[in-house]
Design a protein around this ligand. Structure first.
Ligand code: SAM
Length: 299
């Protein structure tokens, strides 16, 4: 059964025309197309279980377009690049460590991280329709065993703050892949600031930030067609300085940005890659050390 969206639901959570049979909201359609790409390019038990035929067929259509190889390589670099940043962001002491993935869609990352770090709790969040489909597909997959340390929550992140979704629980790492483009720069700042509230001191936010004027503008054609199915892209950053400023405005203390091609090279992934976003890692300030007590020097 599908739920009726909240009256002030985000545009990506509102039912809209579904000419290709991918899902009733643009959020759902975006998740389905990307899952289709992954299953076509890397057919594994996880990517196959998480995708459907409609998504794979649309993905094949995209794969015939000019520059599509570079766009596909970008998606691979984004998946593994952000995973790598999340891995680096994990604290050395893993007891009670929690990773949250926002807008998880039909990505297999949560499963991979939960298996790689059995002592870490993984929480995935997305719109209700997407979470319901994901759980159903995983339950029905005969050749997959779900790790016990992963769970799912359904919410519209444009309406409900992460604090409320997590009932004020503070977590170590929050990942968001492919979410920021759907919000304006001001909305992304607000969302990243809310995310910061849900981080433990020293916790990390890892995401992609759209690079509007990436070299050559070659992503525009594929992105144009994709966003017609998957929802309007709003966040636009001209350069690294603007991306850095956005996270600084959201209250992050230490900010690192990586370019997709640089990340693909580091991780030995397929190249060339469309430089379509910055892979960003913002850290919340660590716990302030207690102010030293006044010490009276010995006489
Ligand atoms: C482009 S897809 C990316 C999915 C996944 N991260 C991946 O890389 O495969 C964007 C995701 O954002 C989710 N999304 C869009 N708007 C959202 C919102 N307001 N609240 C929660 N999730 C949202 C969609 O449902 C979709 O799963």
């Amino acid at each position: 059964m599908t739920e009726t969206p909240h009256p002030s639901a985000s545009p990506t959570a509102q039912p809209s025309s579904d000419t290709l049979g991918l899902g009733r909201t643009s959020g759902q359609r975006g998740a389905e197309i990307i899952a289709g790409f992954r299953a076509e390019k890397y057919p594994t038990p996880e990517t196959l279980a998480l995708s459907r035929w409609a998504g794979r067929i649309v993905a094949r259509m995209f794969m015939r377009m000019p520059h599509s190889d570079k766009a596909m390589n970008y998606l691979v670099a984004r998946l593994y690049g952000l995973t790598e940043l999340a891995r680096r962001a994990l604290p050395a002491q893993r007891e009670e460590t929690v990773i949250v993935e926002l807008a998880c869609g039909l990505s297999p990352r949560g499963l991979y991280l939960a298996r790689e770090f059995p002592d870490v709790q993984v929480i995935e969040i997305d719109l209700p329709d997407v979470v319901r489909d994901k759980q159903k597909r995983l339950e029905q997959a005969r050749n997959l065993t779900l790790p016990p340390n992963i769970r799912w929550l359904a919410a519209d992140l444009g309406v409900t703050s992460l604090d409320d979704i997590l009932e004020n629980q503070q977590v170590d790492v929050v990942i968001a892949e492919g979410l920021t483009p759907y919000f304006t720069n001001a909305e992304v700042i607000r969302m990243a600031n809310h995310i910061r509230n849900s981080l433990k001191p020293g916790g990390s936010f890892v995401c992609d930030l759209p690079w509007d004027e990436g070299p050559g503008g070659e992503g525009q054609q594929v992105a144009g067609l994709f966003s017609r199915q998957a929802g309007l892209y709003k966040c636009k950053l001209k350069n690294e300085a603007e991306a850095r400023q956005l996270l600084a405005d959201a209250g992050y203390e230490s900010i690192e940005l990586y370019r997709p091609a640089q990340m693909a090279e580091t991780l030995k992934l397929a190249q060339p890659v469309i430089e379509y976003s910055f892979f960003a890692w913002g850290r919340k300030a660590p716990q302030q050390a207690a102010a030293p007590a006044d010490v009276t020097p010995p006489a």
